[in-house]
Write a protein that binds this ligand. Structure first.
Ligand code: PXG
Length: 291
């Protein structure tokens, strides 16, 4: 496996970053998780835009421009001969010293691109649906570190994931400081009620997911009413269907929330329709490359 680090493609065993890199010391950096299907990178420009927005917000200079970033990603995919891949792009503040001051890292910002085969949840989960649970750790409030920033510090989400796993569940629902639903640890969440789909507005403390936006587009084009609206736990419990969206997991039906059965315990028709339409899109849209 070849990994891109700061302009070079190196073997995985040589793909190393300094222990003084502020990405390692402080989680000071940003990342993206992207996928390619059938030699096409899905929503590549949207991911690159979000990466640069995250970097801009934390005042991190990305050492490549957007065009160079696209070309580095494609080069890495080609070097690994991957047609269907998971792509992780990491930009960190770079090597500094043992202090928070990011000025010490200036000029050392580092870019790593790791591509690999994708590890999906088992097919059974997509057929039968997932059980999820709300957990004590709340999502970062937007006035602290805004969840729109896809930063290298995922401790907030990792704590929630640990709490879900300890309770015997695979995924956690994270609430905000007022108790409203925000998202899961690496996925956005949707509820279906009376034929319409509902997801929390992005200002409520969730990441503006690219899969989420794609699902909203699919719904609008298919005349399924789509709403960005605050959701309480009660509203999720009485929803007819529920599903999660994310680049890694794609679209996962949810059939049980905090012990309440959703939609008779089976993935619903709107969820299945959206899964089908999403799959079609991934097979035909994207930035093409040749291996
Ligand atoms: N919320 C959070 C907190 C995320 O990290 C999503 C929602 C979904 O966004 P997209 O744009 O992917 O639809 C994410 C992204 C992982 C992993 O290893 C998860 C994500 C990204 C990269 C890796 O589980 N989730």
């Amino acid at each position: 496996m070849k990994v891109y680090i700061n302009g070079k493609l190196v073997d995985k065993k040589d793909a190393k970053i300094s222990v003084l890199d502020h990405g390692f010391l402080y989680g000071d950096g940003v990342f993206e998780g992207i996928r390619s299907y059938n030699s096409m990178v899905f929503k590549l420009n949207e991911h690159i835009d979000r990466l640069f927005e995250s970097a801009h917000s934390i005042m991190l200079d990305v050492p490549l421009n957007k065009k160079e970033m696209v070309s580095a990603i494609i080069t890495t995919l080609k070097a690994n001969r991957l047609r269907d891949a998971y792509i992780r792009v990491v930009v960190s503040r770079g090597e500094g010293d043992l202090g928070l001051d990011p000025r010490k890292c200036r000029g050392n910002e580092s870019v790593a691109i790791i591509t690999d085969k994708i590890a999906l949840y088992p097919k059974e989960l997509y057929d039968k649906g997932m059980k999820i649970i709300s957990v004590p750790t709340i999502r970062n409030i937007p006035e602290a570190v805004n969840p729109q920033i896809k930063s290298l510090n995922y401790l907030n989400n990792i704590l929630a994931k640990i709490e879900a796993i300890n309770a015997g569940y695979q995924e956690a629902i994270m609430l905000d400081h007022l108790g409203y639903i925000t998202e899961c640890t690496g996925d956005n969440i949707f509820a279906v009620k009376k034929g319409g789909i509902y997801t929390p507005p992005q200002c409520m403390g969730s990441l503006r997911g690219i899969t989420r936006d794609t699902v909203l587009d699919i719904a609008r084009e298919s005349n399924i009413p789509a709403h960005e609206h605050v959701i309480t736990r009660h509203e999720l419990y009485i929803s007819e269907e529920c599903f999660l969206t994310g680049t890694a997991a794609e679209i996962v039906p949810v059939v049980n929330v905090d012990g309440r059965i959703i939609g008779g315990g089976k993935p619903g028709n709107i969820t299945k329709f959206i899964m089908k339409e999403f799959k079609k899109l991934t097979q035909k849209d994207g930035v093409r490359y040749k291996i």
